[in-house]
Design a binder for this molecule. Structure first.
Ligand code: T4K
Length: 366
């Protein structure tokens, strides 16, 4: 049996390159609480991503929770997508806000602005869309709706590291964007995340919120969490940044190869990624429909038998989970995509002959 191929594998620098960073940390004994490596990473990320203010976090989920708090959202409804990872919805509920799930545009897998508009009530306070798979949401339509109804717009941009759209970083849209640096993401710091915001005052508030709400030794102004990224994680981020362009290029090559190989197989469609002017190729979702001889679940099992571990991102949709069932609404597009989607392995060190093995398997099924 061949070695397992997982949906992703984290990019890592050479271990020897990491040692000098560890020596520096051991020497100066600053391990966390926004030390020098943390500050350096914030500054280098601002330059690389083309954003003005970034606050690092220990993961994307705490960053989402904190972004809502930073915008003073304490009660009301937040319109969001059901086609996402649970962290999006969890962050809303953790803030004692009510998630209102609306359907997606099946072509992009992102929230449908028309459905957002329909769902606005007197209680709506914010919209939290997700740039699913790193594909840009309809940011112009969403901003227009947010402006018209005086709503906050917070993007869950967990998948969107490095994506450029309409001449700038995708992370610059909305009141804030939240990114994840988890091991499974395009850019990882083992665990990690960040909030991108648009003013020094907001960054200062976010930095305070991620440090228990501490203002000074005797003043604590908010009941908030510990969201800080350690120096070891920041050190890894600094190293990862050195090879990010190579990483993105390798992903692009795999994306192109898969598309070429899968073209013309009846019932297999690749999700289009033509919206961004600079893409990050974060995931490779395919959509399985008739007349392909297998259902999505059957293909998932066939691949598994060959040690290929594709993933059903995102199945089930949020409102089909017991914990979110009470928020059920009519969402045919999200349900349909969720039943048919399969994310194929996608990571920079995945060899093209491994991709060929996967696409041949898909092709040869009768
Ligand atoms: N918003 C959205 C839209 C998100 O997708 C996510 C996270 C968040 C917010 C929250 O951000 P964080 O708080 O995580 O920073 C994974 C990730 O754990 C999660 O970060 C990610 N989204 C989600 C889409 O996928 P699982 O349960 O699928 O992960 P797991 O452990 O099964 O990993 C998948 C494969 O990756 C494994 O089969 C093998 C490989 N892998 C994984 C890890 C963790 C490795 O090779 N090494 C590793 O260290 O959730």
């Amino acid at each position: 049996m061949r070695n397992p191929i997982y949906v992703t594998q984290p990019s890592l620098p050479e271990l020897e390159e990491f040692i000098p960073f560890l020596e520096q940390i051991w020497k100066n004994k600053v391990l966390t609480n926004c030390g020098p490596l943390h500050q350096q990473l914030e500054s280098e990320l601002c330059d690389y991503l083309g954003v003005d203010y970034i606050s690092l976090f220990n993961n994307g989920t705490i960053a989402l929770v904190t972004a809502l708090q930073a915008l003073n959202l304490t009660e009301g409804e937040v319109i969001t997508t059901p086609y996402t990872f649970v962290a999006t919805a969890h962050s809303i509920v953790w803030n004692k806000l009510t998630p209102v799930f609306v359907d997606i545009d099946p072509n992009t897998s992102n929230i449908d602005p028309a459905k957002v508009e329909e769902a606005i009530t007197g209680k709506t306070v914010a919209i939290m869309p997700v740039h699913c798979y790193g594909i840009p949401c309809d940011v112009n339509a969403l901003q227009k709706i947010a402006n018209q109804h005086n709503l906050k717009l917070i993007y869950d941009a967990a998948h969107a590291f490095g994506v450029k759209h309409q001449g700038q970083s995708l992370l610059n849209y909305g009141d804030a964007s939240v990114i994840s640096f988890h091991a499974t993401k395009v850019f990882n710091t083992f665990e990690g995340g960040a909030i991108i915001c648009h003013s020094a005052e907001m960054k200062q508030r976010i930095d305070r919120l991620k440090n228990f709400g501490i203002v000074d030794e005797t003043t604590i102004e908010d009941i908030s969490l510990n969201g800080k990224l350690s120096e070891v994680h920041a050190a890894l981020g600094l190293l990862q940044l050195k090879s990010i362009d190579k990483t993105l290029l390798a992903r692009k090559n795999i994306d192109e190869y898969y598309r070429e190989q899968l073209e013309g197989i009846e019932g297999i469609a690749c999700i289009q990624r033509t919206l961004a002017e600079k893409d990050n190729y974060a995931y490779f979702p395919i959509i399985i429909t008739e007349p392909y001889p297998l259902s999505r679940d059957e293909l998932f099992c066939e691949l598994k038998k060959q040690n290929i571990f594709a993933r059903k991102y995102f199945y089930p949709i949020m409102t089909d989970l017991e914990i979110y069932k009470s928020y059920q609404r009519d969402m045919p597009n999200a349900k349909n995509l969720s039943k048919r989607v399969l994310c194929l392995p996608m990571y920079p060190t995945l060899a093209l002959n491994e991709c060929k093995f996967i696409t041949d398997l898909i092709k040869d099924i009768k």
